[in-house]
Design a protein around this ligand. Structure first.
Ligand code: ATR
Length: 484
């Protein structure tokens, strides 16, 4: 129902799927919601379809939209990231008054959010970059929300956002993350972790299908079973659903008629670029992003298919591995690789928070990611416990629960990596995560040799294990060592 007398507690700009669902979610929770879309016909269509679900105030101009909001005004922008966002922010800022709050709920790059926050706060307004996860369904029924911005803006905005967020054990999946770009930064890493999580599930499926020779329907059952244990999560649940789906057109499993080229919108890539800048080895996320890129290199793959030698391949029987044992090994390899990816993602969040002085509490993230978002999972409670036990833990893998899981999984994980290699099946995240793990726990790394090489060709110097200082060997001279 539209109502022109009443003021709205919140406004949503941009009525594509995410914006519409978010506006409806607010209305379902008893808030009056002003709605506006650049193309008015979309606003009309929205009211036509959903106007009876709650109190909406449709606006045909930005000025009407702003006038419809109670003060301090709270406007959430849900338009295409990039130029669209900048255009809307500038129009809004011209119409708003000091103390009003502009929220960008899209997937903005956090450095853009930092820039925008500076510009907008200089005009006396609040700018909040809020990561919103959960896809269409989450936006409608309860997303996980990661707002950045000032503490003051959260005082006004927080209760409103918390009222529409998912709730787990009585706690809303929304909390103030930290200043300026903090919210969008953690949303970015959340998406990166999501890439890795999806890829390890993909690798497990691929092995069960092409190493163990199981049918999609059988694998669906296995995932359903796995979803009862440590792996209990949204992504494992939907995997079981996708694998059980039969294509109506052909009668084949749907998975077999879907083109095996994965799309991406960019947040995974951003996570990796940033990890490179921060010097944090998020190898799981990196391999997952590259795996999508490789899957999409369709002409290159077509040229290589059948034309690159595979060498002598094995099968499970020749490797003397029973199917039942292999399934359990794959489950453990999946869990271990997943834990590595999360540990790396949290390393990146901690490093980003330090760099920008955001003071992000990693426990908050593990808490608000338990519901609403795509990576929601039971085991996130373990991350909260790990940081509760020791906020300074050097790596999540060193927290007691994680270390124990690694110990319980390591033999299976190694067997799976060996078997996949001998079968010629790609497992970029399983294998690279194992290498990361072995690197992390290694007594010595070949980095000593790299330092020697760097000193040889570039006089970059090296440190010694037995003496303080930096040293250089006179490689082109008499090869004695000098202190640098
Ligand atoms: P989705 O992926 O959910 O479909 P999107 O592409 O991220 O959505 O965003 C689409 C929304 O951004 C639409 O509401 C669109 O408005 P129109 O319906 O008028 O196209 C809005 N949008 C994109 N660019 C915009 C701009 N420069 N100014 C205002 N709104 C813009």
């Amino acid at each position: 129902m539209s109502n022109s007398q009443k003021k709205a507690q919140v406004g949503v700009i941009g009525l594509a799927v995410m914006g519409s669902n978010l506006a409806r979610n607010f209305a379902h929770h008893g808030h009056t919601v002003a709605v506006f879309n650049r193309t008015t016909s979309k606003t009309e269509a929205f009211i036509q379809e959903h106007g009876t679900e709650g109190e909406f105030i449709p606006a045909t101009t930005m000025a009407d939209f702003v006038a419809a909001l109670e003060r301090p005004r709270r406007a959430i922008i849900m338009v295409q990231a990039g130029a669209g966002t900048d255009a809307v922010i500038s129009q809004l800022a011209d119409l708003m008054e000091p103390g009003d709050i502009i929220v960008d709920g899209g997937n903005a790059l956090y450095t853009d959010t930092i820039r925008r926050e500076k510009e907008i706060s200089a005009r006396g307004l609040h700018f909040v970059g809020a990561g919103i996860s959960g896809g269409e369904e989450g936006a409608l029924n309860g997303p996980s929300i990661m707002p950045g911005g000032t503490v003051e803006s959260y005082e006004s905005l927080g209760p409103l956002l918390e009222s529409i967020a998912a709730v787990v054990d009585g706690t809303p999946c929304c909390t103030h993350i930290g200043p300026d770009g903090a919210g969008h930064f953690v949303k970015m890493v959340h998406n990166g972790i999501e890439y890795a999580d999806m890829q390890v599930i993909g690798e497990a499926y691929h092995l069960l299908r092409y190493a163990a020779g199981l049918e999609p329907q059988e694998i669906s059952e296995i995932f359903r079973e796995w979803n009862q244990g440590d792996l209990d999560s949204y992504l494992i649940g939907i995997t079981a659903e996708v694998l059980a789906q039969v294509d109506a057109k052909t009668g084949k499993p749907l998975i077999d008629v879907i083109v095996d080229a994965a799309g991406q919108k960019g947040t995974g890539r951003w996570t990796v670029k940033d990890a490179l800048d921060l010097g944090i080895p998020t190898t799981g996320i990196g391999e997952a992003v590259f795996a999508r890129a490789l899957s999409g290199a369709r002409t290159q793959r077509a040229a290589a298919k059948g034309n690159l030698p595979a060498g002598e391949l094995n099968n499970l029987e020749k490797l003397n591995i029973s199917r039942a044992d292999f399934v359990e090994d794959v489950r453990r390899a999946l869990y271990a690789s997943k834990l590595v990816a999360y540990a790396q993602g949290f390393d990146e969040i901690i490093a980003g928070s330090k760099k920008y002085e955001w003071n992000v509490d990693p426990r908050d993230l593990a808490t608000i990611w338990r519901g609403g978002c795509i990576i929601r999972a039971h085991f996130l409670n373990r991350i909260v416990e790990a940081y509760n036990d020791n906020p300074e833990v050097e790596s999540l893998l060193l927290a007691p629960y994680f270390t124990k899981e690694m110990g319980d999984s390591i033999d299976s994980w190694r067997r799976v990596v060996v078997a996949a290699t001998q079968l010629g099946l790609p497992i970029p995240v399983f294998a690279s995560s194992l290498s990361y793990y072995d690197s992390l726990r290694a007594a010595r790394l070949p980095a000593a040799l790299i330092q020697g090489q760097r000193d040889f060709f570039g006089a970059h110097t090296y440190e010694r294990i037995d003496l303080p200082g930096h040293f250089h060997t006179l490689w082109s001279g008499d090869r004695t060592e000098v202190e640098a």
